[in-house]
Design a protein around this ligand. Structure first.
Ligand SMILES: Nc1ncnc2c1ncn2[C@@H]1O[C@H](COP(=O)(O)OP(=O)(O)OP(=O)(O)O)[C@@H](O)[C@H]1O
Length: 218
């Protein structure tokens, strides 16, 4: 479903990615692990079309995204890729429900449908009672689950998560990890997750090991 071929990327004289070939299949939960500075976040950003490679191609279901113009690309990204970051990045002045609805608005979905979709996802996550709360009225675990709900609202082909449980305690970590598997079970959702958490990488379908800008063959 996602195919990266020959991806290289440098920042100034520092070559961060040195020729990455990687395929992600539909419904897979893949973890990306490796030491700090190995290039994991850079790779995820390129996979998510938030950054451009110096060379190589990123393909989603046969569509090469590097050929798209910026406007077309942001519409494609909004529709096809959900993002979850270490710090939830919810907008503080909006409620949980509104935060979840925002990407649907951007995609041109009617407010009625956006509202229905958001309520349904929040219900699935056991967050109905929290829908009208603002981020500062939610626990860390709840905020991350709202961030996952927001990532899901446009039924993306893939969710890319960068250290999604990095700021959570053990209990909330486990709950969030379980949620990824529940969403795969229920929706066939595909996930690519950068993580330093061995407990998570142990249970994912596949672990991509990055070392010094390359994928380590095991
Ligand atoms: N925009 C940028 N400009 C310059 N250097 C950058 C930029 N983004 C990343 N780097 C450098 O690229 C290297 C790889 O960074 P990256 O964030 O991809 O690593 P990582 O494997 O995700 O690390 P961590 O596990 O610490 O998050 C690092 O040396 C980093 O300092």
């Amino acid at each position: 479903m996602i195919r990266l071929e020959g991806i290289t990327k440098s920042f100034g004289s520092l070559q961060v990615l040195k020729g990455i070939d990687l395929e992600i299949n539909k419904g897979e939960i893949v973890s990306i692990v490796g030491p700090s500075g190995a290039g994991k976040t850079t790779l995820l950003q390129i996979m998510g079309t938030l950054d451009e490679p110096d060379a190589g191609t990123v393909e989603f279901d046969g569509t090469v995204v590097s050929w798209m113009k910026e406007k077309e690309l942001s519409a494609f990204r909004n529709k096809n890729i959900g993002f979850v970051f270490q710090f939830h990045q919810l907008l503080p002045e909006f409620t949980a429900l509104e935060n979840v609805m925002i990407p649907a608005f951007i995609a041109g979905v009617s407010s009625k449908e956006a509202n229905e979709r958001a309520l349904e996802i929040l219900e699935f996550m056991g967050l109905t009672e929290r829908a009208s709360h603002k981020p500062n009225e939610l626990s860390g675990g709840e905020k991350q689950r709202v961030a996952v709900a927001r990532a899901l609202i446009n039924h993306p082909a893939v969710i890319l998560a960068d250290e999604p449980s990095g700021s959570l305690d053990t209990h909330n970590k486990e709950e969030l990890h379980q949620l990824f598997f529940d969403l795969r079970e229920r929706l066939g959702q595909t996930f690519v997750i950068v993580t330093h958490d061995d407990n998570l990488s142990k249970i994912t379908d596949r672990t991509v090991n990055m070392v010094d800008g390359m994928i380590k063959k095991v």
